[in-house]
Design a binder for this molecule. Structure first.
Ligand code: NAP
Length: 289
């Protein structure tokens, strides 16, 4: 397993971590992943999987990095402190390695939220602050709201078939030393990757490297500087296969072939702006996605 730095810190992350949204595998696949070097486990208070992560890391706590997320509805300081306590309890741990703001919340001043995040660091309950689904200006605003800490990561949608971040977020994170944690790196379902591959390039590229389609798709993502991927796999077989996406490199020509031949989404700035405003309006109405 390759390692990459978490932000500008000296802490190392595996190039492949374990996602747990809609995870149904119990403790075994997570334990197998940890054994194979995928020691970053990603969950969220909204996933309903913090308990199974807590059970899976029992006895292994010092060997793993636990990443969880606080939901936007809990971004007010008192709510955030309570949400962190609940996550710690469900995870059966004394500390969260990476605590991430799941989505921006435009109805709570980010300065208040970040002050609460820094208090958790001061109390030793959180080691690092990350965000998720943040645009460039949201990252800048969030960083400016912190007094003593740096944002170490931005967890964003990134795969062969979803490359919207390449327009700006990706480059900003490179410059700012913020790790990109790629979610849905297998396109949410392998069948979706195939649908975007009309010429069958992925299986050709995979077999040229002696690898499988999921391994080639994940390798394309983690070949990028400063990017790790967190596929979700609910079976031991899938976890083993996904861990095998690291430790080798697709040939440059094959990277290029995948880049040009797989059909992908590239949401324009306008579309992303409209999406954010829709979310903003939803939050202002007192609701949260
Ligand atoms: P994904 O990892 O791109 O794809 C998951 C699907 O791929 C599942 O159906 C899984 O099947 C299958 N799979 C995994 N390994 C496979 C293999 N080797 N062969 C065949 N199929 C394989 O999608 P995702 O769950 O959306 O994203 C991954 C993680 O990112 C989530 O679990 C979550 O932690 C995070 N995420 C974060 C956000 C956010 O807003 N921050 C949003 C979405 C996701 P099985 O389950 O049957 O193994």
């Amino acid at each position: 397993m390759e390692w990459k730095n978490l932000g500008k810190s000296q802490v190392l992350l595996p190039a492949i971590g374990l996602g747990t949204w809609n995870y149904t595998g119990g403790v075994e696949p997570i334990r197998e992943g940890i054994e194979r070097g995928a020691f970053l486990i990603d969950t969220a208070e909204s996933y309903g999987t913090e308990e199974v992560v807590g059970a899976a890391i029992r006895g292994l706590r010092d060997r793993v990095l636990v990443a969880t997320k606080v939901s936007p509805r809990n971004f007010r300081p008192r709510d955030l402190a309570a949400a962190a306590e609940r996550s710690l309890r469900r995870l059966r741990t004394d500390w969260i390695d990476l605590y991430q703001l799941h989505w921006p919340n435009y109805t709570v001043p980010i300065v208040e939220t970040m002050a609460a995040m820094e208090s958790l660091i001061d109390e030793g309950k959180v080691r690092f602050i990350g965000v998720s689904n943040f645009s460039v200006w949201e990252l800048q605003e969030a960083q400016a709201a912190l007094s003593n800490c740096r944002i170490v990561s931005n967890q964003v949608h990134y795969s062969l078939i979803e490359r919207s971040i390449e327009q700006d977020v990706f480059h900003y994170c490179q410059q700012a030393g913020i790790t990109v944690i790629a979610y849905s790196p297998l396109g949410k379902q392998l069948s979706r990757l195939r649908q975007h591959d009309p010429k069958g390039v992925l299986p050709q590229v995979a077999s040229r490297s002696g690898k499988t389609v999921p391994q080639a798709a994940l390798n394309w993502v983690i070949a990028k500087n400063n990017v790790i991927a967190i596929p979700k796999a609910s079976t031991v077989e899938h976890v083993v296969e996904d861990c095998g996406a690291s430790g080798w490199r697709l040939a440059e020509a094959d990277m290029e072939l995948l880049k040009t031949q797989i059909r992908y989404r590239h949401r324009g700035r306008l579309e992303r702006f409209a999406q954010r405003w829709a979310r903003h309006a939803f939050q202002l109405s007192g609701r949260h996605l």
